[in-house]
Design a protein around this ligand. Structure first.
Ligand SMILES: Cc1cc2nc3c(=O)[nH]c(=O)nc-3n(C[C@H](O)[C@H](O)[C@H](O)COP(=O)(O)OP(=O)(O)OC[C@H]3O[C@@H](n4cnc5c(N)ncnc54)[C@H](O)[C@@H]3O)c2cc1C
Length: 420
């Protein structure tokens, strides 16, 4: 076994946490492998329109990190990759990675001819199913790596051969199959992040039944220039600009029947999204229904700023039920106003459910003997000697804390290698 191999670090997941861990470790002189399940790097922040509190576009920061990755020969990236097995110990792990087929090889120049001839359409998962896209597709406009992929439905359809022949670079391989890759690494950083809590489970809020009830992650895509409406915030039922919008905080969070914990970011995310609405629709009225406002440290200043807007009304009360008018347009929210101790009904055009963040480790645990908390987050930063959990696989939190946590995990991984 070569010494270089066991001095390398495997980072699993390439959201902001994993990317940070990878570039920090590589720039400190360590070889890094990145295994990412998606066909692109960046994780959930690639789907956000802006970041609170500065309201800057996440793709700027991601671009800088992608450049650091491209320029650093110490980093090897595997997309469509999932870790199947980890064995061994601190300083000497054997890892098996499953590489799923993309059906497009590295000869792809992103010319888009495959998509031009493809007529088969599938749900656009990057836009949370709010629109359709071709089954030969670029995962999103700023994707890294900038390479097309084919959906398995297309590969198994009558159109597959036509799409393959349209590629002038011989980049399409319809017979690509899953492959297995074995690595030896000295340490592992686990950064597989989160998924939105399933709003279909909130049976009194009408998600899935009323098309103008959406979730906070969908709102990010609606507001984004690369989203299903090219950045226009509209009511999905008929495409009109909403005059009134309600944000329902703790939609499933701090609730024993759903997610008993607070994700810590949903209040700030809704305040940020209220600014999206107010910027686009100057006359719009926004209601934020909350139990407690969680805006800690310097983020309090963002809360204070948003609260100053007279068209944004904070309403202390948990929404009990949402119903739709017979016309199929207005949505009425019933909530107890806990400050006035009265039952209130407010009718709006669009409702945004602020659903929380659930750890991906709850469904897809680390293939090693590791302890989790009651909610599925990895219980400790040092999951096991040599295996370090970071970002939202460890705690639900915001981007700046993920960056700090990713850096800390890289340092721990380096220390565990250096110790030997
Ligand atoms: C509506 C909403 C708005 C938000 N807005 C903001 C904001 O404005 N500012 C802010 O600071 N924070 C915001 N956040 C929080 C922010 O999204 C998170 O802090 C951030 O996404 C966490 O990054 P992460 O890398 O830990 O996880 P993720 O972004 O989830 O990345 C994890 C990566 O791991 C990959 N992965 C998962 N499982 C596997 C596996 N088994 N093998 C390989 N790869 C895997 C995933 O595909 C993904 O690429 C918001 C959250 C929500 C819900």
């Amino acid at each position: 076994m070569s010494n270089t191999e066991t001095q390398s670090i495997l980072v699993v997941g390439s959201g902001i946490t994993g990317i940070t861990a990878a570039v920090e470790a590589a720039e400190a002189g360590y070889d890094v492998y990145v295994a990412e399940k998606n066909p692109y790097l960046g994780g959930r922040v690639a789907q956000l329109h802006q970041y609170f509190p500065k309201l800057c576009p996440p793709l700027c920061g991601l671009e800088i990190n992608f450049r650091r990755i491209k320029q650093n020969p110490r980093i090897r990236v595997f997309t469509m990759a999932e870790v199947e097995k980890i064995s061994g110990e601190d300083g000497n792990f054997d890892v098996t990675i499953k590489m799923n087929p993309r059906y497009v090889n590295e000869k792809c120049t992103a010319c888009g001819r495959c998509a031009e001839v493809c007529t088969l359409e599938i749900d656009n998962s990057f836009n949370y199913g709010m629109n359709k896209m071709k089954a030969a597709y670029m995962p999103h406009d700023m994707a890294y790596p900038m390479r097309y992929m084919l959906d398995p439905l297309l590969v198994n359809s009558d159109e597959a051969q036509k799409v393959k022949e349209a590629c002038p670079y011989d980049a399409i391989e319809l017979d690509m199959t899953p492959k297995s890759l074995s690595l030896k690494v000295g340490a592992v950083v686990w950064a597989t992040g989160w998924k939105p809590y399933d709003a279909n489970k909130l049976d009194t809020y009408g998600f899935g039944e009323f098309s103008d009830v959406i979730t906070n992650v969908m709102m990010e895509r609606l507001a984004s220039w690369s989203g299903p409406t090219q950045g226009k915030i509209v009511c999905p039922s008929d495409g009109r600009a909403p005059e009134t919008v309600a944000f329902v905080q703790c939609a499933g969070s701090r609730d024993e029947n759903h997610l008993p914990f607070c994700s810590g970011i949903c209040c700030l995310a809704s305040m940020k999204q209220a600014t999206y609405v107010r910027e686009q629709c100057p006359e719009a009225k926004v209601y934020i229904f909350y139990i407690d406002v969680r805006a800690t440290d310097r983020l309090e200043a963002f809360y204070t700023k948003v609260k100053k807007d007279e068209n944004i009304q904070f309403f202390k009360g948990k929404v009990a039920k949402i119903t739709q008018d017979e016309s199929g347009k207005g949505l009425t929210l019933r909530a107890e106003d806990t400050t006035a101790e009265s039952l209130q009904e407010i009718t709006v055009d669009l409702v945004v459910l602020a659903t929380g963040m659930q750890p991906n480790t709850a469904d897809s645990p680390i293939p090693f003997d590791v302890t989790y908390d009651d909610y599925g987050f990895v219980a400790a930063q040092e999951a096991k000697p040599g295996i370090y959990a970071a970002g939202c696989s460890r705690i639900p939190t915001n981007v700046s804390e993920c960056v700090q946590d990713g850096t800390a995990a890289a340092l721990k991984a380096i220390q565990s290698i250096v110790r030997r």
